[in-house]
Design a protein around this ligand. Structure first.
Ligand code: UD2
Length: 298
């Protein structure tokens, strides 16, 4: 399940006798972490070879997305573009969490893809909506997802897919490098810096700054992640603390001590307001420009 295409020249002969080649063609980016997990950039993997490995497994990918309050307006573009680019040819089970089930748009889904709507409470604080995602994903894995899916991706809704996002992204525990910080040194990362918080990371620690807009992996590994982050969040709340970037801060702390088995480059989480840089050959998924004051409850 957790096959990696790293930086080796590899030849595989398929059942039809065809030889497939896969090798790292990038010299301008680092494509492996210090703990030997691949960092997935365009040009470091062969999508045909990877499909040949994963498609026969008949995998199901759960995909959670929160659309609470006015964020329901982002669902249509999110789903329509996902149908074009995200895990095409795989079984996908979208779980849409919303307080406005009647506003969930009807989008044509391809074969093998299903959508369920799960009602969640609204909130007057955007920080709470964002932070409670861990708790809700944890309980939904317990009640539903672990019976239905092999892998899970948890994604931000105010986003669109623009290009192929496929099985090269699958792994035991998958995180994405935040596009705002991939060129920065660790002392510039916006980790939680107060020792009193359970999300605390000292200045001389940290590998990458991971974006909270995507977590993924085996259902059970993401389950443990959400459970730990939820507990830490609640522990902080009990001490009247809220980490600098809510669940993103807890996620970064978790991933420092539980290293991801695969890291996605910022191709998998760009921001529309940010000009494309030369390393980014393909933007696959990006956060749309939004008027925070208008879409958030406060
Ligand atoms: C950043 C992160 C986001 C999260 C947040 C922390 C990236 C690119 N983005 O984004 O993942 O860690 O900071 O606070 O890494 N939501 C609703 N209704 C609301 C507010 C939020 O449904 O009223 C959901 C929705 O799915 C949204 C997500 O929470 O996509 C994240 O909230 P955000 O978009 O306000 O956070 P943002 O863009 O500052």
């Amino acid at each position: 399940y957790d096959l990696h295409c790293v930086c080796f020249l590899l030849t595989i002969t398929t059942q039809s006798g065809r030889s497939l080649f896969c090798f790292c063609r990038r010299t301008d980016v680092v494509a492996v972490t210090p703990w030997l997990a691949p960092i997935v950039w365009e040009g470091t993997f062969d999508p045909v070879l990877i499909d040949n490995i994963y498609k026969p497994m008949n995998l199901t990918i759960a995909t959670t997305v929160f659309a609470v309050g006015k964020y329901v307006r982002f669902l249509q573009d999110f789903l329509e573009t996902a149908e074009k680019h995200f895990m095409v040819g795989f079984n996908v089970r979208y779980c849409v969490f919303t307080d406005r089930p009647h506003d969930v748009p009807s989008v044509n889904l391809n074969q093998g893809r299903h959508l369920s709507v799960i009602q969640v409470p609204g909130s007057n604080r955007w920080q709470e909506i964002s932070a409670r995602r861990m708790e809700i994903i944890q309980t939904t894995i317990e009640h539903q997802i672990r019976r239905e899916a092999d892998y899970i991706f948890c994604l931000d809704v105010d986003s669109k897919f623009h290009a192929h996002w496929g099985a090269e992204s699958l792994g035991r525990l998958v995180a994405v490098i935040h596009p705002g910080y991939y060129e920065q040194t660790r002392d510039r990362f916006p980790y939680e810096r107060r020792p009193a918080s359970t999300a605390y990371i000292p200045m001389d620690e940290g590998d990458y700054y991971y974006g909270g807009a995507m977590i993924g992996g085996f259902v059970e590994d993401v389950y443990t992640l959400t459970k730990v982050c939820r507990n830490k969040f609640e522990e902080d709340a009990g001490n009247s603390l809220e980490a600098a970037w809510q669940e993103e801060s807890h996620l970064n702390r978790y991933l420092l001590y539980n290293k991801p088995s695969k890291v996605l480059s910022p191709e998998y989480l760009w921001q529309d307001f940010k000009a494309k840089t030369k390393e980014v050959k393909v933007i696959r998924f990006s956060g749309v420009i939004k008027n925070y004051a208008e879409v958030r409850p406060n």
